[in-house]
Design a binder for this molecule. Structure first.
Ligand SMILES: Nc1nc2c(ncn2[C@@H]2O[C@H](COP(=O)(O)OP(=O)(O)OP(=O)(O)O)[C@@H](O)[C@H]2O)c(=O)[nH]1
Ligand SMILES: [Mg+2]
Length: 446
């Protein structure tokens, strides 16, 4: 495949010397600058860059031209020269103009947080669908940045053009090229999706409950997944180790079979292009019966990470329904406080205390296995408890609805009086939601 994503990955050769700059914008302070910088370094490492130096700048008045102040830009230029830097990573958002100006003023190739994350995704995506989605996201990102002096398209033609960008007509032509390519990708993507949809359709008919693992990148989702499924998903101390969702069967106490799905990790300021791109992949999450939100409770920014995950889930249309109404098919959410083996006994004590006051938290170590059996019992109880019994009637012609009920849950009783079938069935709230959507209009009111 000759995607832009691939070419980009080549561009930041492994081992390239990077300078990470975290600009803290006034009014948007983060809880821990160290944690934020460590994360940015982790992102850079995730595509094999060599982080030579990291800097933190406080930005009081973000400049439209360069984001950073003049003195700060000079300092970056000086560091770049002194340390022989190849690449400047700004851990924040840059407009196309800011990016170009920074490149011109520092003499360093510059990339922002979104660009960096897109690079990682471009390198990691394994499935056909994942690759198409990343490429599409990348093009979308590029389309907005054609003013910059080194576009990939320009490089493809062999010109570097570090000074002065391409002419207007060239930009127009490039835009059209990108638009055409995006249109083609969308067509390919919908073909791949159609095929996957068929697979899912087949799977969704299975009566097994679906449990999805979500969480911040590096929280330990894959480690837990492997522990529960004896699987071999890559679990690494590396950001975005998992990109493509994986599903496997698990056995829970009292439940013959359930489907567990491991998913891509989230990160703060996840590029909107990628949230959109992965929406389809994360449909597994959206349609799960239970979501296990895995958190690295030993992490200094654990609370911020939780907030980011909750926010992204909300963007995806998944959220707890505090009123407990109208959310028939809202999955049940359980917080899993992972890596408990890494905290001191005192902190563990107070976390246990906190958790015991909440009904929706379990403490575990996916690595040592501590707390995992209890988590499983908790999950299966929740699944069983969420089963809801209903009695209603369907017209005898609604064979499909009846078959669906038989497949998806437990039909306790059904009797046929010639025109109507009286049904008594038990399903998860999530499945009832799906049933109502599909067959609600058939249900008789008596
Ligand atoms: N000490 C300790 N380390 C853990 C635990 N769970 C996971 N880890 C480590 O944390 C790192 C990340 O684990 P993964 O399972 O890859 O995390 P993930 O959530 O799948 O990450 P992404 O796929 O990048 O989103 C690995 O080095 C794991 O060995 C735990 O309970 N205790
Ligand atoms: Mg993973």
């Amino acid at each position: 495949m000759s995607g832009f994503g691939r070419e980009d990955a080549d561009e930041f050769a492994r081992g390239a010397r990077a300078l990470v700059v975290f600009p803290e914008i006034a009014g948007k302070q983060v809880a821990s600058v160290e944690a934020r910088i460590a994360e940015a370094e982790g992102l850079a490492l995730a595509i094999g860059l060599y982080v030579v130096e990291s800097k933190y700048f406080r930005v009081r008045n973000p400049r439209a031209s360069t984001l950073l102040g003049g003195g700060q830009v000079d300092e970056i230029k000086a560091i770049g020269e002194a340390l022989d830097i190849d690449l400047l990573i700004i851990d924040g958002g840059l407009s196309a103009i800011q990016q170009r100006n920074l490149e011109e003023k520092t003499g360093l190739k510059t990339i922002d947080r979104t660009g960096l994350i897109l690079e990682i995704f471009g390198e990691r995506a394994n499935t056909a669908e994942g690759r198409l989605q990343v490429e599409l996201a990348h093009l979308d990102y590029q389309a907005g940045r054609l003013v910059r002096s080194w576009t990939h398209l320009e490089r493809q033609r062999g010109g570097f053009g570090f000074l002065g960008g391409p002419g207007e007509t060239q930009i127009e032509a490039d835009r059209r090229l990108i638009r055409d390519r995006m249109a083609r990708l969308r067509r390919e993507l919908s073909e791949v999706k159609r095929t996957r949809g068929l697979h899912r359709e087949r799977r969704q008919k299975a009566p097994w409950p679906v449990i999805a693992l979500v969480g911040y990148t590096n929280a330990g989702k894959s480690t837990l997944f492997n522990r529960l499924t004896l699987g071999d998903v890559v679990a690494e101390d590396m950001l975005f180790a998992t990109l493509d969702p994986t599903m496997r069967e698990v056995t829970l106490p009292g439940i013959e079979k359930a489907i567990l799905s491991d998913t891509v990790g989230f990160v703060s300021d996840l590029p909107t292009q990628l949230v959109a791109a992965f929406r389809a992949t994360l449909e597994e999450v959206i349609s799960a019966d239970i979501i296990l939100h895995v958190r690295d409770i030993s992490h200094g920014s654990s609370d911020e990470q939780r907030d980011d995950v909750v926010q992204i889930l909300q963007e995806l249309g998944v959220g707890n329904d505090p009123e407990g109404e109208g959310g028939e098919d809202t999955p049940l959410m359980i917080e899993v406080w992972n890596k408990i083996d890494r905290v001191s006994p005192e902190i563990k004590e107070s976390l246990s205390h906190l958790a015991s006051r909440r009904g929706d938290v379990r403490i575990i170590s996916a690595q040592t296995g501590e707390g995992v059996p209890e988590l499983l019992t908790f999950v299966s109880k929740a699944i069983i408890a969420s089963n809801e019994e209903r009695q209603f009637s369907l017209p005898v012609t609604a064979g499909a609805a009846l078959a669906w009920l038989h497949q998806k849950g437990h039909v306790i009783n059904s009797s046929d009086n010639g025109t109507e079938i009286q049904i008594q069935a038990s399903l998860t709230a999530q499945s009832w939601g799906q049933f109502d959507k599909r067959f609600g209009s058939l249900i008789g009111h008596d």
